[in-house]
Design a binder for this molecule. Structure first.
Ligand SMILES: O=P(O)(O)OC[C@H](O)CO
Ligand SMILES: [Mg+2]
Length: 246
């Protein structure tokens, strides 16, 4: 594990019984399965530079994980751009740049191993993302092998997702679409964003956070476990089938 202090701090918050009873797993996408958060950062830095302003991680923390229009409103408000740029104008401006970048998205470390393992062991897995359908398609076009193992995918513009993270909508819709009646307390969510961690907790689920190291540690609060990388995840500590190659 790259940062033992990270895991220690968050491990204490979850009762051992809850950790041992996970039956279903939900994955966030941007910044968790796919290394796409850097694309948003780059594009937003470019837009802000035009106004002589600098993009930083406290703004990033407030935007990440949210639906596009919700993140756009945060961007305008926090940067004091009212009257200079509308949320819709901001989305339009970043779109051309993002469309070129998304198809180059790579998987985050440990994704292949974990997804292949859970799928091989018959653990039901799915994706719940704030990203809308069109961006989901662009981002995942090189990664059909991994995404085809998901039981289903819930995107941010799904009609059941009325509000983006931190609302629980996307995770509740994700749990509902598994076979049978899934108890949210038996669902484990993987997230990288503060809004996503809050959404999972609002849905009554357990959450493992895998944050970018540049995100302030105060944003780790609320997660049941914080890891530096998916490579550090031990399925057996959550009652899931253990890796056989360790
Ligand atoms: O992290 P996700 O997958 O919910 O995506 C949210 C936005 O598209 C990017 O922050
Ligand atoms: Mg994310």
């Amino acid at each position: 594990m790259a940062n033992p202090s990270m895991e220690e701090a968050a491990d204490d918050t979850t009762a051992p019984a809850a950790k041992a009873s996970i039956t279903h797993v939900v994955f966030d996408m941007d910044g968790l399965l796919l290394d796409t958060e850097g694309f948003y950062t780059l594009v937003q830095e470019r837009i802000l530079a035009r106004y002589g302003k600098t993009f930083d991680w406290s703004l990033k923390a407030k935007m990440m994980g949210k639906k596009a229009i919700e993140a756009a409103r945060v961007f305008i408000d926090e940067m004091g751009l009212e009257g200079l740029l509308t949320p819709e104008g901001f989305l339009e401006e970043r779109e051309d740049m993002l469309q070129e970048l998304f198809p180059t998205a790579e998987l985050m470390p440990g994704v292949k191993r974990l997804i292949n393992h859970l799928h091989a062991k018959g653990v039901p897995i799915c994706v719940a993302t704030g990203s809308h359908k069109r961006h989901f398609s662009l981002k995942t076009q090189k990664h059909g092998d991994i995404f085809s193992l998901m039981h289903h995918v819930v995107v941010g513009d799904d009609p059941e997702v009325k509000k983006g993270k931190p609302s629980p909508d996307v995770f509740l819709a994700a749990a509902k679409r598994f076979e049978g009646n899934v108890d949210p307390s038996k669902v484990l969510v993987f997230e990288d964003a503060p809004s996503g961690v809050a959404a999972a907790k609002n849905a009554g689920m357990s959450v493992v956070m895998v944050p970018d190291p540049r995100l302030d540690a105060s944003y780790h609060e609320g997660a049941d476990q914080v890891l530096s990388s998916l490579l550090d995840f031990d399925p057996s500590s959550w009652g899931l089938p253990p890796f056989e190659d360790v």
